[in-house]
Write a protein that binds this ligand. Structure first.
Ligand code: C5P
Length: 241
């Protein structure tokens, strides 16, 4: 069985390209992330096809944020699509509404703490309380867990501190910003290797460009899987979650 700790972000322009990419990668990857940018390009149809025809797990990265009633309705609608993970912003009222909307469906609600593209000046502009970014991220993760989030999205550099929270017991940590050995960092500033992210408590790692921009996406994915396998012999969670 393919290790589902690797999630590949399908950040290509449209659903057709994404499907071709998934077919090229084949059994080397069993879990895909579909983002907001793909929504108008057939993202939900793509999710359905990857799940039904190819048996892949699906992470829909929507980062929903609105009043509770609207989030609940949106998640109730999305929950009809047989998705595995869905992101919302980590504000407790949003997380609670998302859990309501998911109802009894086996859809994991993952909370975004603070977007990694923001710095302290952006938080000041948004009138977010003073404090170190990392402390705020950890506090927001704790509150999201208390509100019922199945997991959080976190940079690999925050994974260990979040994993240490008592509220994180049994919850998922999913980390983007991961770069396999020797890969280009791109615009990711706070990166870690797959092995490091997993050692720090990540249940899943999200990797995009090092796979889909590679001339050999299948080989790139296989190399990451090999890195995960070497790193995670003792804490493999294949088939769980
Ligand atoms: O290409 P790369 O591996 O950097 O892609 C990472 C994926 O994870 C992208 O889809 C990106 O939007 C997403 N992401 C991220 N950092 C976050 C949240 C999401 O890179 N904090």
């Amino acid at each position: 069985m393919t290790d589902d700790r690797l999630i590949v972000a399908l950040d290509v322009p449209n659903a057709l390209d994404a499907l071709k990419l998934a077919e090229t990668i084949g059994p080397a990857v069993s879990f895909y992330k579909i983002g907001l940018g793909m929504l108008t390009g057939g993202g939900l149809a793509l999710a359905g096809e990857l799940k039904a025809e190819h048996g892949k797990r699906i992470f829909l990265d929507m980062k929903l944020f609105d009043i509770g009633a609207t989030v609940e309705a949106a998640v109730r609608g999305l929950a009809q699509f047989d998705l595995d993970f869905l992101t919302v912003h980590g504000d407790p009222h949003v997380v609670r509404a998302a859990r309501e909307g998911a109802g009894g469906k086996d859809l994991k609600i993952l909370a975004v703490t603070i977007l990694t593209s923001l710095d302290r000046a952006d938080l000041d502009d948004a009138m977010i309380k003073p404090g170190e970014m990392t402390d705020l991220v950890i506090e927001r993760a704790g509150r999201a867990f208390e509100a019922g989030a199945h997991g959080v999205i976190a940079s690999p550099h925050e994974a260990a501190a979040i994993r240490a929270l008592p509220e994180a017991e049994g919850r998922l940590i999913v980390t983007p910003g991961v770069r396999p050995l020797g890969a280009d960092a791109g615009d990711q500033k706070r990166i870690a290797s797959p092995a490091q992210a997993i050692a720090d408590g990540a249940d899943h790692i999200v990797v995009g460009r090092p796979v889909w921009q590679s001339p050999d996406p299948r080989g790139a994915a296989q190399a990451i899987q090999a890195e995960i396998a070497r790193a995670g012999k003792n804490n493999s969670r294949v088939g769980q979650n």
